[in-house]
Design a protein around this ligand. Structure first.
Ligand code: SF4
Ligand code: SF4
Length: 67
């Protein structure tokens, strides 16, 4: 999943153009992501100001509850 730092984003659209899954939406107010995101990380590399980061949430093991 992608995390956006709103304070850094300047709405340049570079990440939108870099996304092969068309998972990023940008308008004058918001930048948002849909469920088509494959966590490929291309948008993170495309962002010139480092506003995006990839958070790995898949494959994490949930610790078993201890009694
Ligand atoms: S991680 Fe890949 S698929 Fe997901 S929004 Fe960024 S470029 Fe698109
Ligand atoms: S590339 Fe970075 S600065 Fe540009 S719209 Fe995307 S997140 Fe914002």
């Amino acid at each position: 999943m992608i995390e956006l730092n709103d304070d850094k984003c300047m709405h340049c659209g570079a990440c939108v153009g870099a996304c092969p899954a068309n998972a990023i939406y940008l308008n004058e107010v918001i930048l948002d992501f849909n469920d088509d995101c494959t966590d490929c990380g291309l948008c993170v590399r495309a962002c010139p100001v480092g506003a995006l980061s990839l958070i790995r949430t898949r494959g994490l093991k949930v610790p078993a509850a201890t009694a």
